[in-house]
Design a binder for this molecule. Sequence first.
Ligand SMILES: NC(=O)c1ccc[n+]([C@@H]2O[C@H](COP(=O)([O-])OP(=O)(O)OC[C@H]3O[C@@H](n4cnc5c(N)ncnc54)[C@H](O)[C@@H]3O)[C@@H](O)[C@H]2O)c1
Length: 391
Amino acid sequence: MGRLADLNAFMENQEVNTVDAAKKVRIGIIGTGWIAEAHIKAYLNQPDVEIVAGADLIPGKAKAFFERFGVEGVKTDYASHKEMIDDKSLKLDAVSVCTYNRQHTIPTIYALENGINVMLEKPMCVTMEEAVEIIKAEKKSGKVLSIGFQPRFDENMKMIKKIVQSGELGKVYYVQTGGGRRRGIPTPFGTTFIEDETAGLGALADIGCYSLDLVLNALGYPKPLTVSGYKSAYFGTDPNYSNYVRTGHPEYASKFGVDDFAAAFIRLEGDIIVDFRISWAMNMDTAGDTIILGTKGGLRIPSTECWNGTFTQPLKIYHEVCGEQTETVVPMLQTKATLFDLKIRTFLDAVKNGGTAPVPSSEIIYNQAILDAIARSSDLGHEVEVVIPEI
Ligand SMILES: NC(=O)c1ccc[n+]([C@@H]2O[C@H](COP(=O)([O-])OP(=O)(O)OC[C@H]3O[C@@H](n4cnc5c(N)ncnc54)[C@H](O)[C@@H]3O)[C@@H](O)[C@H]2O)c1
């Protein structure tokens, strides 16, 4: 489909078509790697966006990126996010922070301090200290900060929240979540996902953050209290890992500095237990479905092979009807636009209308606190308390 057809399809599917195309949002992209491609495609689908700048640490990468997408007149001669944000001639309204995890915090804070709204890729960051600094900068700036959890815009994800919040399951007391891959350490474009200096955390943060958001969002983001966590790296550090061998990169094993599997037992406020596991590589076909147990019903959310927040099979509710054990299949729902179009559109609407962030840091701080606590607990070898400072 061409750009115009894409745009028409998107606009037809907008539930409320109120985009003021005359009022443009001036966008810069920080980090022009893999995920920046999904951002630029979504921005190009919007009628009210001017992409004015891009920056990458690798010289020439941003220029080549915009050329690849046929976008002209974009300034790219910046050594990093800083020079781009310092260029006041750009009059930036917003930036997408599409850098690797360890470079989420500094560019985000610098943009907010300079009065620029931020669409920040997931996971929010690596440590709890970073999350706190980001939120301080957000509060001080009064700007919009939205975190890139696009599965939130999936109609099936919304339905999970509706089911839980409706009381259909009764009081929820136990959740099993997670998922993952049998052989899926992400190295298609190099090693930024697996090196400690760039990624900081592995499967735990990369796809674990989605699994946690799936259930915490449904539960209304109750506060995490304690975590007993575990992480390991048996596959990533093995030069004989089959995908390294197949792609001719046994040297990736010595660069691997994060986790490829993590698990945790998490206590949430409201007497709710979350049993969590996530994998980039394991000797099993699935790390299990997500299940939510309540006093009136249980919800099964089928696992997918490469868990990244997509739904491929219907949800099922296990309950009793007039004393008989009954299973209700919830029909799969169609989401009318792509999740990235919705993630970017809702962010732009918040920027233009001064609304709240579609995926707010006030929720994701709990997600980050759990990731941080799992890593901490794993290093210490015992359960840890989750402390969430007042900001
Ligand atoms: N939402 C999703 O579906 C999704 C999917 C994949 C990745 N991601 C997230 O996106 C982020 C980036 O992943 P990626 O695969 O695109 O990584 P990548 O390594 O392909 O690209 C990151 C780019 O950022 C650049 N960079 C780093 N620091 C910078 C700075 N200060 N200023 C300018 N440029 C800088 C790097 O040079 C690199 O080119 C990760 O945090 C990842 O978790 C999200």
